[in-house]
Design a protein around this ligand. Structure first.
Ligand SMILES: *Cc1c(COP(=O)(O)O)cnc(C)c1O
Length: 359
């Protein structure tokens, strides 16, 4: 049965926040997208409604056993045009997460279209200053009211939108972060759920993040769970190392999230003629490169920051300073090019951006 989208527009427009002072993820637009799933009808009742709280039974499965997945992407408005960045990738990944978490598959192209309609309706909410954007959060939760460990027979998929400020108001403000290499707690293991965007991964990461913060570091770098030797990824970013002119990033081995930004960075680097190795990379090797002076740059990649240069890595008793704690040339070039493509200011030879058009 084909899904149809119904629209209930709100009459009382919400008050917009101060766009000169937007904090991340605290303001939401006038509308949201919702659809429901049950065994009899499959996904049904796709609708855009006023943004409002949802009412769930206290026994809803998501509250107890955590069957929940999410996505994150952004829309940008520049010169009157609204652009999404590779939205099909996010819904493709949502289905990868769904599959692993025993949640029914969704119609990816229907959701890309529904998202376009939603963003179009709330386009006045998209901030337009440099670096600002509309953060898009699709998610699925298990809603069947039963306290029993089993795959839910009912789900809700929602998409909410949040205007967000610039991560860096200027590219000369990409201040490199200090990273704590975590060698006690682990995030994920092959066969587990590390390659999915499921809520529990983030709940499980908080303790280590708190520890890193207390020790004066910005973020955690996770190692493989079995040997605690090989680099995996940062909290919500993938990680890249420029060693002796070549770029190395951990291969997607089943415990790492396949970032859309990671994929875009690899494609762009290859386009620029760089050798990019996706392989296993040990902390020993990084420490060696640091000692030799061949560890040229380190940076994280993710939707929020696009590129986040790393200025220091703390591993066991070693504090390794990277590139003099300054933003490297490659990090800067990648940031400016990808951020430029996302806002339509740079040419998009890869066909990554999707203009918001409503049929
Ligand atoms: C979302 C996320 C990333 C980055 O993915 P993007 O698609 O580039 O935003 C990387 N690692 C983890 C654990 C994530 O949750």
């Amino acid at each position: 049965m084909a899904l149809e989208l119904t629209i209930h527009e709100r009459t009382d427009k919400k008050t917009k926040p101060d766009y000169n002072d937007l904090s991340f993820g605290t303001n939401f637009t006038d509308h949201m997208f919702v659809m429901d799933y049950d065994k009899e009808q499959g996904w049904h009742d796709a609708r855009i409604t006023p943004y409002e709280p949802v009412s769930l039974d206290p026994s809803a499965l998501v509250f107890h056993y955590g069957q929940a997945v999410f996505e994150g992407l952004k829309a940008y408005k520049a010169n009157g045009e609204i652009l999404l960045f590779r939205p099909e990738k996010n819904f493709e990944r949502l289905n990868i997460s769904n599959e692993r978490m025993n949640i029914p598959q969704v119609d990816e192209s229907f959701l890309v279209e529904a998202l376009q309609t939603l963003v179009h309706m709330d386009q006045d909410w998209i901030p337009t200053k440099k670096g600002q954007s509309l953060y898009i959060r699709p998610f699925v939760i298990a809603t069947e009211p039963v306290i029993n460990v089993k795959p839910s027979s009912q789900y809700k998929l929602m998409i909410i939108l949040s205007p967000v400020g610039a991560y860096y108001s200027n590219s000369d403000q990409m201040s490199p972060v200090k990273i704590y290499v975590e060698d006690e707690f682990v995030r994920s293991v092959k066969g587990g759920v590390g390659f999915t965007k499921t809520s529990g991964n983030y709940a499980a990461s908080l303790r280590a993040q708190t520890k890193a913060t207390e020790l004066g570091y910005d973020q955690v770098l996770w190692l493989d769970a079995l040997e605690k030797k090989y680099v995996e990824e940062v909290g919500s970013m993938n990680i890249f190392f420029k060693i002796n002119g070549e770029v190395v990033t951990p291969a997607l081995n089943g415990s790492i999230l396949a970032g859309v930004t990671r994929d875009s960075v690899i494609e762009l680097l290859k386009h620029w003629g760089y050798t990019v190795q996706e392989r296993r990379l040990s902390m020993e090797e990084i420490a060696e490169a640091h000692k030799d002076g061949t560890l040229e740059e380190v940076f994280g990649t993710g939707t929020a920051a696009v590129i986040s240069p790393v200025g220091m890595l703390k591993w066991k008793d070693k504090e390794m300073v990277v590139n003099n704690k300054e933003t490297g040339k490659l990090s800067l070039d990648l940031y400016q090019t990808i951020a430029g493509i996302q806002t339509g200011e740079e040419k998009d030879p890869f066909g990554w951006t999707v203009p918001v058009e409503v049929k």
